[in-house]
Ligand binder design. Sequence first.
Ligand code: THU
Length: 127
Amino acid sequence: MSLVQRAREARQNAYAPYSKQKVGAAVKATSGRIYTGVNVENADHADWTCAESAAIAAMIAYGDREIAEAAIVSSGTHPICPCAACRSRLAEFGTKETVVIMATPDGSIERTTLRQLVPRHYRALRD
Ligand code: THU
């Protein structure tokens, strides 16, 4: 199953009753292992977890430390780009070449890299 499919499948379990924007993420570590995450909202709007954040936390919990590729599947007709905080989280464990795929449930797909998503990060991205 492709990384986008894994993110799409995970997205079904997202908990987004407030924004109605279900998001699923899947990160593939350089080991080849895949970790998924979903956004988790709560009534206190200050404390929402993004799907990317959840997937990265799972990756760290299972001992991987480097992301080769990430996929994010969101609602709507246009793919969403990771938020600023999630770009930093991806940058912490990725490299310039880390591929980021953004997709919608009906298959509209955009593909980019951390080099493009995180220009001039305060700590330079690894090569
Ligand atoms: N969200 C993510 O899961 N990832 C992002 O990169 C941006 C936003 C979630 C957070 C919130 O639950 C919903 O999308 C609407 O912002």
